[in-house]
Design a protein around this ligand. Sequence first.
Ligand SMILES: Cc1cc2nc3c(=O)[nH]c(=O)nc-3n(C[C@H](O)[C@H](O)[C@H](O)COP(=O)(O)OP(=O)(O)OC[C@H]3O[C@@H](n4cnc5c(N)ncnc54)[C@H](O)[C@@H]3O)c2cc1C
Length: 283
Amino acid sequence: MRGIEVTLVEKGNLTHGTTGRMHGLLHSGGRYAVSDKESAKECVQENYVLQEIADHCIEMTGGLFVKRPEDTDEYFRKKLRGCRECDIPTKVLTGEQAREMEPYLATDIDRAIWVPDGADVIASCTSCSLSLRQGYPELFDIEGTEDVSDDTFEALEYLRIHENLESELDDTTVDFPDLAYHAPCHARNQGLARQALETFREVEGVTIEDVGDSCSGISGTHGWKAEKYHTSMEIGEEMFHHMADAEGDVGMIECPTCAMQMEHGTGYEIRHPLQLLEAALVE
Ligand SMILES: Cc1cc2nc3c(=O)[nH]c(=O)nc-3n(C[C@H](O)[C@H](O)[C@H](O)COP(=O)(O)OP(=O)(O)OC[C@H]3O[C@@H](n4cnc5c(N)ncnc54)[C@H](O)[C@@H]3O)c2cc1C
């Protein structure tokens, strides 16, 4: 990217080491502005370089350092001074201004420092990731829509890119009901169909069957409308049959709206792939 010829010698796969574990945050340097000013300066300079040469990979979400009631005014001022000394742009926000940017911020936060961090967008629903990636840029002429689109990932897709899930799941045994997996149409549109199968089929204790290509027929709010209900159930019928013919006891799908239709049309209890991942790695 910087016009330098390099030879990469790597003992594992690409991003095998720490890089594959990172959270995807493009640091402003604010985190180190008190404890390690040299690193803070390098961070903010690198942040500008990456914005210049790899703008398509970055969504400038901004970041907030918030002051909790138990944090001292003195440290807040020290952080602000540290950022300024390292040439990290800052804005001091009131609690209300910070909550306008981040509505779920705790109500007892009374001040915050804004810094120019960037981050990726993760959706746990394939229809949501498709909307952000493809639908919104087609529908809206709002500044930044394309950037959000470029930086959006479906959750399992993101974990497969950034974590070594295969080795994490290697020695795991999971206690989970047998699964009938249906790939949502919106996952297929993003090339994500069957990622749950690929991720879990070798895991000890998992039985997962692909029920094949069909459509749930719900299509967002379409199937919720009284006048569209019968059409939606007719479209979904093939999928209901696929599910009924499958061996699994429980359904699995990435899209919560399709999951509702699947549950309604088949009586199956439905799980999300992240629930299986949680059972395998967290519980
Ligand atoms: C949980 C976590 C979250 C993080 N989040 C962020 C973040 O959001 N933003 C951010 O900017 N930074 C983040 N970091 C820090 C960042 O990931 C690291 O600073 C960065 O990845 C280091 O890159 P590197 O190329 O120096 O090392 P590595 O990515 O570890 O690369 C070293 C490579 O050398 C290979 N190697 C080792 N020995 C040999 C050998 N003998 N022969 C050949 N190859 C060998 C390894 O396999 C490895 O791939 C995070 C770190 C962690 C652990």
